[in-house]
Structure formats: structure tokens, C-alpha cells
Design a binder for this molecule. Structure first.
Ligand code: SAH
Length: 223
């Protein structure tokens, strides 16, 4: 994948900034996204660095876009709604399953700030490398991209204050539940690719979770 710098993209696609602002105003004015830290993170991360070169002009269209290995970078509104549910605070340790382009990890890194850490797992090596490269170009240092099966989580750095799964599973993997800290939150789409239910789990004790449901979405499968 050819690498473009943020500056050259800005010169080639001057309309992107306006489109980004329009999306921001839509979320803010409708009240759909009420977290100021999340809105700030959105403004701070150039999504155009994370989309495939052929789709740069659509960086701020509110729809998913194809990335390599037959995967997708999720629709911006979906990304924001999930992150709003996740309530990431500065200094927290966050685990993401499904790095894809690295875009969601970049937003997580902004929310966790430099005092926090984001660990993100991806099964396609091609995407692991792209996510690393994209995050580097975006200047984000507090993210570790690891190749592996996200269903097993990453026990070495557990427990995590927050866990987010960005692919649809038939159920929340047991290892992820175990690696979540007591008091921690986990957000995951559960069910079929088209029409999975967005679940939020709050771990209230070592083996008890409070579960709430937050609408239907579409996601590539967690395999
Ligand atoms: N969060 C990404 C989009 C994720 S798409 C972004 O911001 O761009 C879902 C990703 O989950 C895909 O990249 C897919 O390869 C990955 N995935 C699916 N099953 C997985 C598994 N078992 N372990 C790790 N990654 C997985």
C-alpha cells in the first residue's frame, strides 16, 4: 500500500476537512455523541491516513470502507457509538480485538492518553503491518499491535480496564471475560454478521457481569 503523508492528502483532497466538520456537527448537534473527549479524539485523528488509497476521498462518508484481506474499516458513527459505550478514561489499559486499519485503536489511544496503553490484536498479518504503519504516521505511540487470535485475548498484559471487540462473535469469548478487570467494561457485537446486537458488559465481580443491549449493527465475523 503506498504511503501518503497527511500533508499531501490535505493538498490533494481539500474538501476532507469540511466533510469531517460536517460529521462532527451532526453528532454534536443531534446529541448522538455527547462525550466531549470522544469528539475531540475524532477531530484529532486523521481518518484519511487509515483508509485504503482508493477510498481517501470517502474518508468522512458515514459508511464502512473496504480495507485489505477482505475486511472493512467500520462506519464512523458505529465507531463513535461503540466508543461512547466503552467510556475510556485517561490512564486506562485497553484491549481491542480486530485492529483492521488501526483507526479505532488510534481513537482509543487518544482517549487513554499517553498514561494509558492500547493493545490491539489482529489475525491478518497484512493488516497488522498496515495498522502499525498507519498508527506511526498518525504519530500515536501508546498502541501495541499484536498478531494473533483475538478470541484468546492477550493474557500477558491483563487485566484490562476496557475491552472492545470490532468483529461479530456468536458469544463473548470466555478468555476476554476473564481478562477484564473487576469494574471494567467490555463492548462487543454479538450474533450474525447482519443484525448483531451491541452488548455492553460491566464486570461486577470475578464471575458476574451486568449486560445491557444497545441496538443492531452489521460487522465482519470474528473467526
Ligand atoms: N477496528 C478496525 C476494523 C475492524 S474489522 C478498524 O478500526 O479499522 C474487524 C477486524 O477483525 C478485521 O481486521 C479482522 O481480520 C479481525 N478479526 C476477525 N477475527 C479475528 C480474530 N479471531 N482475531 C483477531 N482479529 C480478528
Amino acid at each position: 500500500m503506498p504511503i501518503s503523508s497527511e500533508l499531501s492528502i490535505k493538498q490533494d483532497f481539500p474538501q476532507l476537512e469540511q466533510q469531517k466538520q460536517a460529521l462532527f456537527r451532526h453528532w454534536k448537534n443531534s446529541g448522538l455523541i455527547s462525550s466531549d473527549s470522544l469528539l475531540e479524539a475524532f477531530l484529532a485523528v486523521p481518518r484519511e491516513l487509515f483508509v485504503a488509497p482508493d477510498f481517501v476521498e470517502h474518508s468522512y462518508a458515514d459508511r464502512p470502507l473496504p480495507i485489505d484481506s477482505g475486511q472493512t474499516i467500520s462506519q464512523p458513527t458505529t465507531v463513535m457509538l461503540m466508543l461512547q459505550l466503552l467510556e475510556v478514561l485517561p490512564g486506562q489499559r485497553v484491549l481491542e480485538i480486530g485492529s483492521g486499519s488501526g483507526y479505532n485503536a488510534a481513537l482509543l489511544a487518544k482517549l487513554a492518553m499517553l498514561t494509558g496503553t492500547v493493545v490491539t490484536l489482529e489475525r491478518h498479518m497484512e493488516l497488522v503491518e498496515q495498522a502499525r504503519e498507519n498508527l506511526k504516521l498518525a504519530g500515536l505511540q501508546n498502541v501495541v499491535v499484536i498478531a494473533g487470535d483475538g478470541k484468546q485475548g492477550h493474557a500477558r498484559l491483563a487485566p484490562y480496564d476496557r475491552i472492545i471487540v470490532t468483529a461479530a462473535a456468536s458469544q463473548v469469548p470466555q478468555d476476554l471475560k476473564e481478562q477484564l478487570a473487576v469494574g471494567g467494561l467490555l463492548v462487543a457485537p454479538v450474533g450474525a454478521t447482519y443484525g448483531c446486537e451491541m452488548l455492553k458488559l460491566c464486570k461486577t465481580s470475578a464471575d458476574h457481569f451486568q449486560i445491557s443491549s444497545h441496538g443492531l449493527f452489521s460487522f465482519v465475523p470474528l473467526v
